[in-house]
Design a protein around this ligand. Structure first.
Ligand code: DGL
Length: 266
């Protein structure tokens, strides 16, 4: 299939987390039109089996391929570890960008030699994450912390309640106790909690997430293929597999934008 520079870039996540990546793409590539799918009908991915997530990835990728998207961004660490290998086999010529916890930059940044990783159970238990640690973190101590429950609260637009504060505190405390000076936000939902997190940790601690790096990688892949959009005003179309009204409400809270939401049933 011929894909040209006018075609949109597709982005998906289990829910609103990928909006933290979408914002980086919009900032770096303001001319690109974007399609975003939030798989809210099947959230959270973090507690599902890899087989289930792989099937979701295929269903969503097939949908975007039919929409003639010129590239696909998996704006979800959990979906990337479970599904990207299958998608690369299924669509060898389609530019795909995935994401994984930023272990390499964190290992380079730490001064105490202790790095913390906040991520989903699925990401932390994956072979891909184990390989990442073997490759880049041999010389540092890595403290991993799964965070069940955070994603569900963020999905409701809750970034500040006493409930989420208490839950986040309970996940951060072991990292601080272990002496981490660098914390990886290994789930795309967590950047929305940065302000709350900053209230809980010393200012000297570095927080690392990968949204900006994903946007740069997308720019590189499109550039190599001469697929970067030129001159067209950007539009963003949203789909959700959950309730469109709920999604509109959370979009209003997280990005001040609630237009163009459609339902995707699958
Ligand atoms: N936002 C996703 C990630 O980056 C996962 C959230 C979920 O558990 O559904 O891993």
């Amino acid at each position: 299939m011929n894909r040209d520079s006018d075609a949109p870039v597709a982005v998906f996540d289990s829910g609103v987390g990928g909006l933290s990546v979408l914002a980086e793409i919009q900032q770096l590539l303001p001319r690109e039109s974007l399609l975003y799918l939030a798989d809210c009908g099947h959230i959270p991915y973090g507690e599902k089996t890899p087989e289930f997530i792989r099937e979701r990835c295929v269903t969503i990728a097939d949908f975007f391929h039919r929409q003639r998207a010129k590239a696909l961004v998996i704006a979800c660490n959990t979906a990337t570890v479970a599904g990207i290998a299958d998608l690369r086999l299924r669509y060898p010529d389609w530019p795909l960008v995935g994401m994984e916890p930023a272990v390499k930059p964190a290992a380079a940044a730490t001064r105490t030699g202790v790095v913390g990783v906040l991520a989903t159970t699925g990401t932390l238990q994956s072979a891909k994450f184990a390989a990442l640690l073997d490759r880049f973190a041999a010389d540092v101590q890595v403290i991993t912390q799964p965070c069940p429950g955070l994603v569900e609260l963020i999905e409701t637009g809750d970034l500040v309640s006493p409930t989420i504060r208490q839950l986040l505190q309970s996940y951060v405390a072991p990292l601080l106790a272990a002496g981490c000076d660098t914390i990886i936000l290994g789930c795309t939902h967590y950047p929305f909690l940065k302000p709350l997190l900053r209230e809980m940790i010393p200012a000297s601690i570095t927080l690392i997430d990968t949204g900006a790096a994903v946007a740069r990688q997308l720019q590189r892949l499109l550039g190599e293929r001469e697929l970067l959009a030129n001159g067209h005003p950007q539009t963003t179309q949203f789909w959700t597999t959950g309730d469109p009204e709920d999604f509109r409400n959370v979009l209003r809270v997280l990005c001040n934008n609630s237009d163009n939401v459609r339902s995707f049933v699958s």
